[in-house]
Write a protein that binds this ligand. Structure first.
Ligand code: 3PG
Length: 215
């Protein structure tokens, strides 16, 4: 069976914290990405939750060559294709539909599909995915839920996101089936709005240190 997660795992290159970004002003995209890359987080996820998201992906992909820019909150084939065209190098969805899978399988841009139940995870496994997004992580059962999947769903690994903070990140990062975690705490709306790039860079450094400490 084709391994549909390998390309993404290689692209992330061991990065264990992925900043999940909501960019309200296009002008913020490049300085924000530069701050995150300077702080040690090259792979970033720009969510399609704002009008400027696709332009932000395109701009960041060209202007910040050190960044690995992905697109998040991809809900439809149209979103997938638009994000890939804008230059996204990976695609993240909170869930999975057959239409998204069909689009992903016709695309060169790797896909991180979402699943929260063992049945959804088993279906994705049958499609060749061994890495999945687990969202919303805290609300769906948190680290203890994922821990209980280590044995029955061996060989499936996760990127949990949703409700993760520096306080609970280590619980996830310590699990053998968690490749990386995602979160918006590294780039809070207020710091972006105020252009506090140094503070965001510092939060990125702290996230790198936190992941290193988790082993
Ligand atoms: C996501 O899209 O993955 C989440 O919105 C991130 O969740 P958080 O804002 O709770 O970190």
């Amino acid at each position: 069976m084709k391994d549909r997660s390998n390309a993404l795992i290689e692209l992330l290159d061991g990065q264990r914290v992925i900043p999940v970004l909501k960019i309200d002003r296009l002008a913020d995209a490049v300085p924000l990405a530069n701050a995150l890359v300077a702080g040690g987080l090259k792979a970033i996820e720009i969510t399609l939750r704002t009008d400027d998201a696709l332009d932000a992906i395109a701009l960041t992909a060209t202007e910040v060559p050190g960044a690995i820019v992905g697109a998040g909150t991809i809900l439809s084939p149209r979103d997938y294709s638009a994000a890939a065209k804008a230059g996204a190098r990976f695609i993240v969805s909170p869930g999975t539909t057959q239409e998204l899978l069909d689009t992903a399988h016709a695309s060169d841009v790797p896909f991180l599909p979402g699943a929260i139940t063992p049945s959804e995870m088993m279906s994705l496994r049958e499609e060749g995915y061994r890495m999945m997004k687990f969202y919303p992580a805290e609300q769906a059962g948190g680290a203890s839920f994922l821990k209980s999947l280590v044995s029955p769903l061996a060989n499936i690994c996760f990127c949990p996101t949703g409700g993760i903070t520096p306080a609970n990140a280590k619980d996830y990062l310590a699990l053998p089936n968690v490749v990386c975690i995602g979160g918006s705490w590294i780039a809070p709306d207020k710091l972006i709005a105020d252009g506090k790039w140094d503070e965001i860079e510092a939060l990125a450094r702290e996230a790198v240190a936190l992941a290193a400490a988790a082993g």
